[in-house]
Design a protein around this ligand. Structure first.
Ligand code: AHR
Length: 341
């Protein structure tokens, strides 16, 4: 195992301090941040984690999953970098990890493109890069070791299929259905996959119209802002598809402020992705109709991959995590009692 020389804190390197969002997940263990540490013992596997940011409840649960898995007790020394939703910060973090000669880099790329250069630098330095959650489009697949995360396209299809079933159960198959979408960060795997998957089902329904799609960048504040605009621009929205829970919380707020109603007893159907605790609670309050799960617990998955690599075993290039969905017809109270996130 290499020794990691920890460099002084990069300007702009942010602690995992989390801005207010709709959910109640708090960050647990303090991530290892840059400091004036000089040398880490050979007994640790040093992992540099270039995280996207702290934009959502999902992201906080995902960061917690890494912090709780990559502990000194488990034989790891974790360097955590919050990219604050900016690719340039993630590129800086990656280059710093390379300079520090970490054993592994875990990259959760904010968008899919623009990584070839830094991935080549990591490969030249002999550092395996594991992609987690979001994917990086590369000219050469040997630039990264493997990817683990959600099947975002399947999540989108599942949401579309659920909507078709929901409308059918309410005898609305012939009605004109007007839909708007609050998209995630443009060019991110979660946005691209969910938009594509839902779009495939949209195409099968001649009576569904996508009135508009705009990015709310996966945040509650932007979700609310964009939904406010949608409500001004379109009188007759039947469905809002929110590409994450937090934008749905913002949409619900905008709907309420506009004097409109939503959820199973309201006039706008709200669908979202992630299905964190706060979304299930919003469903119990009758604000959201359905939430399509995105599993944030990727720390143990990446740990398994690293342990296999440490033993010299091959790993799968692509690894999906299991996911389901929830709607208001289910016993959400019981589901919440046993839920890890
Ligand atoms: O990449 C996963 C997505 O990123 C989650 O759906 C969203 O909440 C997060 O910001």
């Amino acid at each position: 195992m290499k020794k990691a020389y920890i460099m002084l804190c990069m300007a702009g390197c942010a602690a995992g301090i989390l801005a207010g969002c709709g959910g109640k997940i708090e960050q647990t263990a303090e991530p290892f941040l840059y400091g004036d540490l000089t040398e880490v013992g050979d007994e640790y596997v040093v992992v540099g984690f270039a995280q996207v940011g702290s934009e959502s409840d999902w992201r906080r649960a995902n960061t917690n999953s890494f912090n709780e898995t990559f502990t000194e007790e488990n034989g790891y020394y974790l360097l955590y970098e919050d990219g604050q939703q900016k690719q340039e910060n993630q590129l800086k973090a990656m280059r710093n990890f390379i300079l520090q000669e970490v054993d592994y880099i875990v990259l959760d790329p904010i968008v899919e493109t623009g990584w070839d250069g830094v991935l080549e630098e990591a490969k030249d330095a002999g550092i395996p890069v594991i992609l987690s959650d979001r994917y990086a489009e590369t000219a050469d697949a040997s630039l990264y070791t493997c990817w683990v995360g959600s099947d975002f396209e399947e999540e989108g299809r599942r949401a579309g299929e659920w909507l078709a079933m929901y409308l059918e159960n309410r005898g609305r198959t012939r009605e004109e259905i007007r839909i708007v979408t609050l998209q995630g960060t443009p060019g991110s795997t979660a946005q691209l996959g969910r938009t594509e998957g839902f779009g495939q089902i949209l195409e099968q329904h001649g009576n569904w119209t996508m009135l508009d799609r705009q990015s709310g960048d996966f945040t509650q504040a932007k979700g609310e802002e964009v939904m406010e605009q949608f409500l001004e621009d379109y009188e007759d929205i039947d469905v809002v598809v929110c590409e994450n829970d937090n934008m749905a919380f913002g949409a619900v707020e905008a709907i309420r402020k506009a004097g409109r109603t939503c959820g199973p007893d309201g006039d706008i159907i709200v669908i979202c992705f992630d299905a964190m605790e706060a979304a299930l609670e919003a469903m119990m309050r009758g604000e959201i109709n359905a939430a399509f799960e995105c599993n944030p617990l990727l720390g143990p998955e990446v740990d398994e991959i690293i342990q296999a690599l440490e033993r010299g075993e091959p790993v799968e290039k692509t690894r999906y995590v299991e996911e389901t969905y929830y709607d208001t017809s289910m016993d959400l109270e019981t589901i919440l009692e046993n839920r890890a996130y």
